[in-house]
Design a protein around this ligand. Structure first.
Ligand SMILES: Nc1ncnc2c1ncn2[C@@H]1O[C@H](COP(=O)(O)OP(=O)(O)OP(=O)(O)O)[C@@H](O)[C@H]1O
Ligand SMILES: CC(=O)N[C@H]1[C@@H]2OC[C@@H](O2)[C@@H](O)[C@@H]1O[C@H](C)C(=O)O
Length: 363
């Protein structure tokens, strides 16, 4: 087994997760993990950019440096906390911060910021980033990438198993016994609930669904949200803040509705968009990872909408629900470093499996 570090900062824009894992590609053991929230000003600038805001080349470059520095700082913190020397770590897999994801059209691209030169130079460890664009160069969506990792760590069940990651966006991985893994984004995860909660309570997210548990579902708003044409598209498909943002929500809200009812309806929408996809498969086990697994309203509604499914978190199957995505990028770094493919063409739509990412040497 070799040591790899994985760094994830996802579409929720809540902060950075970093993990240290030991892996040989087949087995993946979590050794240590740490997290840091984004400073409020950095989060606001990232939100503005993800909302299509314009910035100068100077601001762009500075943001890339600032994020690269934040990634280097969290790796140094993880090494210190875990008593690990840089020389013991084979490589870092750094997702970077998605600021725009455009998988379709004549000029598709997916852009993640965070200078990996800085990460490599400051930590003394090989840093691998830019995992999505090789897949896109081969005609794929460049996302989701975690299904290959899900298959590796939880694809060993003899019953139907679906994993759902509920981060900013929700994505599923379908692990049917004896079949190749499938996976795709299914709609917003916590993103819309976070936006509404911040607007009405000032809190960045609805902790333990305290706000959402006070309201009632509004059926006509729910129907309007579920009518979004993207939801009915066949896979491969991926999405982000470019579609499911504040403006998307504002365009669908009625003139008057109690704020708590909107919050409850957004939780119902998120759960329904997930359940509608899961229900297309023979019943089995639905395992949740990502921050949405901590939202009791979301978990309760998923269980209610999927009465024939056993709904739990990936913790029950032995993989830490909060560490999953960062672990996936540590594993992807292992794949790249050893010249192995990281994508699943059946998931992303790429023309072939490929070695993903850009390698930055520390020397
Ligand atoms: N106790 C909790 N109650 C309710 N929601 C929670 C709780 N803890 C976390 N969350 C939700 O989880 C979100 C963070 O999830 P996560 O860290 O998986 O996102 P991410 O890394 O940005 O994901 P992705 O890359 O998949 O979009 C928060 O924004 C919040 O909405
Ligand atoms: C472009 C981008 O950053 N996409 C994220 C996002 O967050 C969840 C979902 O949308 C997924 O497609 C992806 O992240 C995970 C890590 C993935 O690639 O599997």
């Amino acid at each position: 087994m070799e040591l790899f570090i994985g760094i994830m900062s996802g579409t929720s824009l809540d902060g950075i997760d970093a993990v240290l894992v030991a892996t040989n590609g087949q087995q993946v053991e979590l050794k240590a993990g740490t997290r840091r929230p984004f400073a409020a000003s950095l989060r606001q600038r990232l939100l503005n950019l993800a909302a299509g805001g314009t910035i100068t080349a100077k601001q762009w470059g500075e943001l890339d440096t600032e994020l690269g520095q934040a990634y280097a700082d969290i790796v140094l913190q993880l090494l210190e906390e875990s008593g690990t020397r840089a020389t013991q770590v084979r490589a870092i897999g750094c997702h970077g911060q998605t600021v725009w994801h455009q998988p379709l059209g004549p000029l598709p691209f997916s852009l993640q910021l965070g200078d990996a030169n800085r990460l490599a130079a400051q930590t003394g460890i090989v840093a691998i980033n830019d995992f999505r664009r090789k897949d896109m160069a081969l005609g794929g969506q460049g996302a989701p990438l975690v299904p290959a990792f899900h298959q590796q760590v939880l694809g060993n069940s003899n019953q139907m198993r679906i994993l759902v990651n509920i981060g900013g966006i929700a994505n599923i991985t379908v692990l049917a016994p004896g079949q190749a893994a499938l996976g795709y984004d299914v709609g917003p995860g916590n993103m819309l609930m976070d936006v509404w909660c911040k607007h009405h309570t000032g809190q960045p997210y609805d902790k333990d669904a305290a706000f959402g548990l006070q309201g009632q579902v509004d059926p006509s708003l729910l129907a309007r949200l579920l009518a979004e044409p993207w939801l009915a598209l066949p896979p491969p498909k991926s999405t982000g803040r470019e579609l499911f943002d504040e403006a998307w929500l504002a365009a669908r809200l009625p003139a008057t509705l109690a704020p708590a009812d909107v919050q409850t309806t957004l939780a119902e929408f998120t759960a329904s968009a997930i359940a509608n996809e899961v229900n297309k498969w023979p019943a089995g086990e639905l395992l949740v990872c990502g921050g949405g697994g901590h939202n009791p309203l979301l978990m309760r509604r998923l269980a209610a909408l999927l009465p024939h499914w056993h709904v739990d978190t990936t913790n029950s199957a032995g993989v830490d629900m909060d560490a999953m995505e960062a672990m996936a990028f540590a594993w992807l770094a292992h794949q790249t470093w050893h010249g192995l493919p990281g994508n699943l063409p059946a998931v992303t739509g790429a023309s072939r499996p490929a070695i993903l990412g850009a390698i930055h040497l520390p020397d």
